[in-house]
Design a protein around this ligand. Structure first.
Ligand code: NAD
Ligand code: UD1
Length: 323
């Protein structure tokens, strides 16, 4: 049984689909603060399998402990948290409470239930301002905003925990820019209010919910002047979690791995690709640079490749289950 915090959210819902498809049983623990229970019904429709659902908050120790015990969890994938950079600057305490205190409470509950396997959603944001590119896992770490600081703090907490007890199995996954949606069209990203991130904004322009996209800056030192990022498809990202679980099953460890493609695309590349996919023009205008943005960055995905993640993620159970 895999216990998925934040399983109704964007990345969590796609990961639940892949877990169920691979034959795992799944319990979702979510407070639906940034998601809808409908996503869970859609996961069941896609997979034809049932999920166990527990509505609860990771900041609540009693709820968590009961949920972990009754579900019979063997491992946790921990997506629950808040993720808007701008909001984290306005409401730092709310971010520390959800992301740091929430994770601390989760780890304490896990320890008391002797569940010692966790995969944690970290972010490329922990690399801060690039000192070299592509970012390897060994790149120095720093935070340029409160959201990033909460991820960095949780990473350190996990490493300290492992140092104190080397029977833990901990996977820290540093996501680059997750994009896309499940091929069924039944689940996807559903941001509340004005999307902060590029792809949901582009998608809303395409369906007519927004008039045009603001391209934040066209004077960067990049091939077309717009920002370059490493966009990874959300289903590939989801499969990365299964590969991480398999690797942790093999032996206790605390591993940190980039999940990106190693290829950078500009804002205009992404707009053109979306136009091709939906067959409609995407209106945009160039606007001044967004505060805090970096011109260009991408992952060094070698470590994940060396771990033969491609093989493992496409064949999570080896040859025993065919897709
Ligand atoms: P999301 O907001 O779609 O999903 C998060 C889920 O957690 C939601 O269902 C929300 O209701 C739930 N949640 C939040 N606080 C909770 C709490 N206190 N108790 C219980 N449930 C709670 O976000 P996502 O894009 O799926 O991101 C998942 C994780 O990955 C987050 O930790 C995020 O910081 C991290 N991450 C996301 C991105 C990205 O671009 N989407 C990039 C890097 C890292
Ligand atoms: C942002 C966060 C980062 C987080 C990541 C994934 C900031 C500063 N960084 O990264 O911490 O880990 O999301 O959630 O918020 N763009 C436009 N117009 C838009 C939106 C974006 O031109 O309306 C451009 C940006 O300037 C950037 C690129 O598109 O060049 C990607 O932006 P975005 O999707 O917000 O992700 P990041 O800024 O890379």
């Amino acid at each position: 049984m895999i216990f998925v915090t934040g399983g109704a959210g964007y990345i969590g819902s796609h990961t639940c689909v892949e877990l169920l498809n691979a034959g795992h049983q799944v319990t979702v623990f979510d407070n639906f603060s940034n998601s809808q229970p409908e996503a869970l019904r859609r996961i069941e429709r896609i997979t034809g399998k049932q999920l166990q659902v527990i509505e609860g908050d990771i900041r609540n120790p009693a709820e968590l402990k009961t949920a972990l015990q009754t579900s019979g969890a063997q491992a946790v994938i921990h997506f629950a948290g808040l993720k808007a950079v701008g909001e984290s600057e306005q409401q730092p305490l709310r971010y520390y409470e959800n992301n740091v205190q929430g994770t601390l409470t989760l780890l304490q509950a896990m320890q008391s239930c002797a569940v010692k396997t966790i995969v944690f959603s970290s972010s490329a944001t922990v690399y801060g301002i690039p000192q070299f590119l592509p970012y390897t896992e060994a790149h120095p770490l720093s935070a340029t905003n409160t959201y990033g600081q909460t991820k960095l703090t949780v990473e350190r907490m996990l490493q300290d925990l492992y140092r104190s007890d080397a029977t833990w199995r901990i996977g820290i996954l540093r996501y680059f820019n997750p994009v896309g949606a499940h091929a069924s069209g039944l689940i996807g990203e559903d941001p509340q209010g004005l999307p902060n991130n590029l792809m949901p904004f582009v998608a809303q322009v395409a369906v007519g919910r927004r008039e045009f996209l603001n391209v934040w800056g066209n004077d960067y030192d990049t091939p077309d002047g717009t920002g370059v990022r490493d966009y990874i498809h959300v289903v590939d990202l989801a499969l990365g979690h299964l590969a991480a679980l398999n690797r942790l099953q093999a032996q206790p460890q605390c591993m940190t791995v980039n999940l990106g493609t190693g290829i950078g695309y500009s804002v205009l590349d992404m707009v053109r690709a979306f136009e091709q996919a939906c067959g409609k023009p995407i209106a945009f205008q160039f606007s001044p640079r967004r505060a805090g943005d970096i011109a260009s960055y991408c992952a060094d995905p070698k470590l994940a490749a060396e771990h033969t993640w491609r093989w493992q993620s496409q064949n999570p159970q080896g040859y025993s289950i065919s897709h």
